[in-house]
Design a protein around this ligand. Structure first.
Ligand code: ADP
Length: 332
């Protein structure tokens, strides 16, 4: 559940990015947020992730009052959310399986659970055949499906998708929204930010339009239907998703047993990761990186985290510094 009550955000530059916005999205809802560039959409997302604080008003997400949320509770809160970004933010050196398993490793999930849950969400997004592929071996639509599986793996109450179709072919955009709709049918609340009006018109549903920091339209409209979709003969129709769920449930024990080299598969090449990789993979910024992020990595996985100065990538120490910096939060 998402609720904004008379929320305003004024940046230190004096820009009023959101102006007295009130909004409620109930559990199980699917809502599109639309608006032109500079309207305040990203500001709203940052508020919902508690990357910034409201200048005034009350923000409640999944039962957490974000105005009162203590810094040390932020990671716990963020684990109730899944994020999908326009640019996918997959880790190039990890396979599909590893990109998804990584999220559960970071939060110290039991290995048995990881071995069941990861193949399950991969099946849900119709990518079983790509389990061991690397991101650069996938199409844009497939990459986004991996990102959606990653957002789903922690069983979040709410998925926030920020322009998830922005970097993929238009015809695949419909497939991505179909997939999100299928996930929504299973009970997950979805908030999708987009500027693709054709997509919104086609699907219909609840449309929230932000213009110049204000909600100027918030209504349920009827979608125009199928004619805009060139090829919806995809495996991720609602029926196919229901079938995938039964299939995944029936197969999950077998799949776990068959998963070869699982220990290797979840080895984390953390020294090659940027701060953004980590933030996106775990769905947020840990409050105390040394404890929340590094501890499970150090204890469970034999990874050399000594600095690698030869690389252009930041060292783990630099990454942690960047994370800590970002954790400062607050409207700028
Ligand atoms: P959208 O995501 O709809 O494009 P934003 O939320 O990014 O809109 O921006 C809303 C307004 O706030 C714009 O006028 C933008 O220039 C301003 N803005 C966004 N981020 C900052 C910031 N960090 N500091 C100052 N102004 C900002």
């Amino acid at each position: 559940m998402v609720e904004l009550k008379n929320v305003s955000v004024t940046y230190s530059s004096g820009v009023d990015a959101l102006n007295n916005v009130s909004l409620k999205i109930n559990d199980g809802d699917f809502a599109f947020v639309v608006g032109s560039s500079g309207a305040g959409k990203s500001t709203m997302i940052k508020l919902l992730l508690k990357e910034i604080d409201a200048t005034s008003g009350v923000v409640t997400v999944n039962g957490y009052n974000l105005n009162k949320l203590k810094k040390r509770k932020i990671p716990e809160f963020r684990r109730t959310l899944g994020f999908v970004f326009q640019d996918f933010r997959l880790i190039p050196s990890m396979t599909v399986y590893e990109n998804i398993a990584f999220v559960l490793r970071v939060i110290d999930a039991p290995i048995k659970y990881i071995r069941k849950r990861v193949p399950y969400v991969i099946s849900l997004v119709g990518l079983h055949a790509k389990t061991n592929s690397y991101p650069d071996e996938l199409s844009g639509g497939e990459k986004q499906r991996v990102a959606i599986a990653r957002a789903l793996v922690n069983d979040p109450q709410l998925i926030i998708a920020d322009e998830p179709t922005g970097n993929i072919d238009p015809e695949l955009s419909y497939e991505i929204v179909e997939l999100l709709k299928g996930i929504n049918d299973q009970g997950t609340t979805i908030l999708m930010v987009t500027h693709e009006h054709d997509l919104v018109r086609h699907f219909g549903g609840r449309i929230i339009n932000i213009t110049e920091g204000e909600i100027v339209f918030d209504e349920v409209i009827t979608g125009t239907g199928d004619e805009l979709i060139p090829d919806m003969d995809s495996e991720i129709t609602p029926e196919a998703m229901a079938a995938a769920i039964s299939e995944a449930e029936a197969a999950e024990d077998t799949e776990a047993a068959e998963m070869v080299n699982t220990e290797e598969a979840i080895d984390l090449p953390i020294e090659n990761m940027t701060a953004d990789d980590i933030i996106s993979a775990i769905g947020g910024i840990p409050d105390a990186p040394e404890k929340e992020l590094m501890k499970p990595v150090k204890e469970n996985i034999d990874v050399d985290i000594t600095p690698k100065p030869k690389s252009d990538e930041p060292t783990p120490q630099e990454m942690l510094a960047a994370l800590t910096e970002k954790t400062e939060g607050g409207a700028e």
